[in-house]
Design a protein around this ligand. Structure first.
Ligand code: ARG
Length: 287
């Protein structure tokens, strides 16, 4: 792990608005990534309890949660971050790579329409929302190789008017960018280098020379599938190797147990789509 200069400032929370979808219909009934084994039992009640705990943590720390209604027959819908990318209140819709998840994109579009979002792109090319798009102050980092296609990167760049940096994912266990890289604050990230091609690793090293690099162990515990509000970093409890390095940088790690959802290859970040402002006022009772 790379040593960093000691952080001396203070980290401040910026209240966020997140879109989540309760795992009411969650199960592992198909396999579209190496983590999913339909033979392995899943406890749907525990999945719901764990997800509720994540939502309660966000609320307790001052964030607003919007809820996307779960649709029967779409067991992966709990991974709400995959359904779009929202930057500057503008919605870049998803187009899923697999038939099993295809219908989720429409459910998201419907939610955005009903909730007052007017600048919405229904994309031509395959992209799995924030699963593969990570937004820093200066760039939109974009994964490709397993789900999201490079053509969608150009499409996203044109829509957002922000530079999109394509990154090649090479390990099937880290099939989405958000399984291998997390944005902490501003232009600060943490990532697992081995999930990327040598060229993409070099790009990351050039853009983020001081980034926190995760070990294989913390990556395998889905430690990079994390959400940061400027100060708190919500991440799987099992990725404890990241806690110390995060604290050294002034962040507050908040461990969350989402073990049931991990059986589908997702964790904290996958469950959390960030609605980046300006966004229409919340309509629900969750504020
Ligand atoms: N079973 C889902 C899939 O394979 C998990 C998605 C998890 N989301 C994520 N952003 N990595 O598509």
């Amino acid at each position: 792990m790379r040593a960093s200069a000691a952080f001396t400032g203070t980290r401040t929370v910026t209240p966020r608005r997140y879109l989540m979808c309760a795992p009411i219909h969650f199960r592992v009934s198909y396999s579209i990534n190496p983590w999913m084994d339909p033979e392995r039992p899943v406890d749907p009640e525990l999945a719901l309890t764990q997800w509720e705990q994540l939502r309660a943590l966000y609320l307790a720390l001052g964030h607003t949660i919007e809820l996307l209604p779960p649709v029967p027959g779409l067991p992966d819908m709990v991974f709400a971050a995959n359904g779009a990318t929202v930057v500057d209140g503008r919605v870049f819709g998803a187009r899923f790579a697999t038939a099993q998840r295809e219908a989720e994109a429409l459910a998201h579009l419907e939610w955005f329409r009903l909730n007052g979002f007017t600048d919405v792109c229904v994309p031509e090319h395959i992209n799995e929302g924030e699963g593969d798009f990570a937004v820093t102050d200066s760039w939109v980092l974009a994964g490709r190789g397993f789900r999201t296609t490079h053509r969608s990167h150009a499409e996203a760049q044109e829509f957002f008017g922000r530079p999109v940096i394509g990154l090649d994912l090479v390990d099937p266990r880290y099939y989405h960018l958000d399984t291998a890289l997390a944005v902490l604050d501003g232009d600060e990230i943490m990532y697992y280098p081995e999930a990327f091609s040598p060229g993409s690793r070099a790009v990351l090293a050039r853009l983020f020379p001081d980034a926190l690099q995760a070990t294989a162990e913390d990556a395998a515990a889905f430690g990079l599938n994390a959400v940061c509000d400027g100060r708190n970093v919500f991440l799987p409890l099992a990725a404890s190797g990241l806690f110390g390095p995060l604290r050294e940088r002034g962040f507050e790690p908040v461990g969350v147990d989402l073990s049931e959802l991990l059986k589908a290859g997702g964790s904290v970040k996958c469950c959390t789509m960030e609605l980046r402002p300006p966004v229409p006022a919340a309509s629900g009772p969750e504020e």
